[in-house]
Ligand binder design. Structure first.
Ligand SMILES: [Zn+2]
Length: 436
C-alpha cells in the first residue's frame, strides 16, 4: 500500500472522552452502542463494534453528499465510515438501521440476475476457491455431506457444490424473492433455495449441517456477531463455517458501498467470530477474479482471544482514508486532464456505477458508453456502442476505462495499438495512481 506523508486534509481520529465506559458488541437489532454522549462534552463517543476499543479514525468522504449501494442505487447520504486503530475493523459512523437495510434490499435488489453465464462462472470460481482453500487450511479436502448457505442468491454456487460433493442435502436461504424465483427455474436442481432468513428457521436447521457457507453476505449483516452465531448453531458435530467476504486488510472498492456495514480485517473478523463462539482456523486471500476477497474457515470454540491493546492498524486506517479521499479527487482531476477533449467510457458494470456516485461529472461528460456486447441502444441517454467498432472508427479517441483495477492491465493491453488512448480514472487522482 502506498503511504503518503502528512497532508492538510488528513482525517483526525474521532475524539473521545477520557475513559471509555462502553465495551464493544453489537446489540440484537444490529445497532452498536457507539453514540454515548459523555457528560459535559457534546461529542459522541465511538467504540469499535468488533473489539470495543475507543478512538477510531473517521475516514475521508469519497463524495460530500452521495453514496452507493451494491446494486448501483445512489443515495443522498454521505459515506461516513470509521476505522478501528486496534483491530482494523471498518464501520459506519452512524449505524445503518434495519429500515435502511430493508429499503436497500427491496425487490429491486437483483445483483445475480444480470447475466446467468457470469453467475455460473462466478459460482464455479468460488467453488474452486473453497476446494483449494480447504486443502491448504485443513490439510485435507472438505467433504461435507450436507451444506446450508446463508444468502444463496440464485443458488448457482450451492448447485455447483451439491454436484461436485454429491451432497445428501443442500439448503440455501435467500431474502430477495426475485433471486429465489430464478433459482426455482433451474432444471433438475439438487439444491433447494428458500426465501427468508436463516435465523427464522433455526429450530429446523439447528445442529444439522456439516458446512455452513456464506459468500459476500457477512459484510452486509447489521449484526455480524448474530449472523455468525446462527452459522455456528446450524452445524453438526465436527462441522465447519466458511465465510467469504471482502478482504478488509486491503483498502479497495468494497469500502465504497453504503450497504457494506463491516470491513473485516483478519483480526476484527476473529474478534467478532469469537463473540459468536467460533474460532478462526485460518484464512486465505483469494486471487484472480476473486481478488479482493478472503476466505475464512472456522469451527466452534469457546475460547475468546484477548482484545488488542496497541494501535497496530493505524496504517490501514490511513490507507482506507487515503483511498476514499482519492475517490473524491477523480472528478476534478479528470476535468483538468481531459481539458475539454471528448471521450467515451469503456465498461457498464459495477465500477461505472461507483463512478456515477462518486465522480458523477466524469460519467455525465462521456459521449458514449462502450462494452463488448451492448445490451441496449442507449445507456443514461448516451449511445451504447460496441467497443471494438468505436475504437476502429474513432482513431485517437480517448477512452476512460470504468473497470476494476484488477481488470485494468488486460483492458489497457487490449486497446494498446488500436490508436485509442485509454486511461483509468485512478490516474486522475493523486492518491489512487499507485493502486494501478
Ligand atoms: Zn476494533
Amino acid at each position: 500500500m502506498a503511504s503518503h506523508g502528512h497532508k492538510s486534509n488528513e482525517p483526525s481520529p474521532v475524539r473521545v472522552g477520557e475513559t471509555s465506559r462502553r465495551v464493544g458488541g453489537f446489540t440484537p437489532d444490529g445497532h452498536w452502542p457507539n453514540m454515548e454522549v459523555v457528560e459535559g462534552d457534546s461529542l459522541n463517543e465511538f467504540v469499535c463494534p468488533a473489539c470495543g476499543a475507543g478512538a477510531p479514525m473517521r475516514l475521508a468522504l469519497p463524495h460530500p453528499s452521495l453514496s452507493m449501494t451494491s446494486d448501483g442505487a445512489i443515495l443522498n447520504r454521505p459515506l461516513e465510515k470509521a476505522s478501528c486503530l486496534r483491530c482494523g475493523h471498518g464501520f459506519h459512523v452512524t449505524p445503518l438501521r434495519p429500515e435502511d437495510r430493508d429499503a436497500m434490499y427491496s425487490d429491486g435488489y437483483d445483483l445475480g440476475l444480470v447475466d446467468p453465464a457470469a453467475d455460473a462462472a462466478r459460482a464455479q470460481g468460488y467453488a474452486d476457491c473453497i476446494d483449494e482453500s480447504a486443502v491448504t487450511l485443513l490439510g485435507r479436502a472438505l467433504r461435507p455431506r450436507s451444506v446450508v448457505e446463508f444468502g444463496a442468491g440464485t443458488g448457482a454456487l450451492l448447485e455447483d457444490l451439491a454436484r461436485r460433493w454429491q451432497l445428501r442435502e443442500a439448503l440455501g436461504f435467500e431474502a430477495a424473492s426475485q433471486l429465489v424465483a430464478s433459482a426455482g427455474q433451474r432444471d433438475q436442481a439438487q439444491a433447494t433455495i428458500r426465501q427468508g432468513y436463516a435465523e427464522e428457521a433455526l429450530g429446523e436447521i439447528g445442529g444439522r449441517y456439516d458446512l455452513c457457507l456464506s459468500v459476500n453476505v457477512l459484510e452486509h449483516a447489521l449484526n455480524p456477531e448474530a449472523f455468525l452465531s446462527v452459522s455456528r448453531r446450524a452445524l453438526s458435530d465436527g462441522g465447519h463455517v466458511v465465510v467469504i467476504c471482502p478482504d478488509g486488510d486491503v483498502a479497495d472498492t468494497e469500502l465504497l458501498f453504503l450497504d457494506h456495514v463491516s470491513s473485516f480485517s483478519q483480526l476484527s473478523l476473529r474478534m467478532v467470530a469469537a463473540a459468536a463462539g467460533l474460532h478462526v482456523i485460518g484464512s486465505i486471500a483469494l486471487r484472480g477474479q476473486q481478488k479482493g476477497f478472503r476466505l475464512t474457515l472456522l469451527n466452534p470454540d469457546a475460547n475468546a482471544p484477548q482484545a488488542p491493546t496497541d494501535i497496530q492498524y493505524l496504517s490501514l486506517a490511513q490507507a482506507r482514508s487515503d483511498f476514499l479521499k482519492g475517490w473524491s479527487e477523480i472528478d476534478d482531476g479528470a476535468l483538468e486532464w481531459l481539458n475539454n477533449r471528448p471521450y467515451a467510457m469503456f465498461g457498464a458494470g459495477e465500477f461505472r456505477n461507483l463512478l456515477r456516485a462518486y465522480a458523477p461529472q466524469l460519467v455525465k461528460g462521456a459521449e458514449a458508453f462502450l462494452t463488448d456486447e451492448p445490451l441496449a441502444a442507449t445507456l443514461d441517454d448516451r449511445p451504447w456502442l460496441r467497443a471494438n467498432e468505436y475504437a476502429s472508427t474513432h482513431p485517437r479517441t480517448i477512452m476512460v476505462a470504468a473497470v476494476n483495477p484488477r481488470s485494468w492491465p488486460a483492458v489497457a493491453g487490449r486497446f494498446r495499438g488500436s490508436g485509442a488512448q485509454i486511461v483509468h480514472p485512478y490516474l486522475f487522482s493523486s492518491f489512487l495512481k499507485e493502486q494501478l
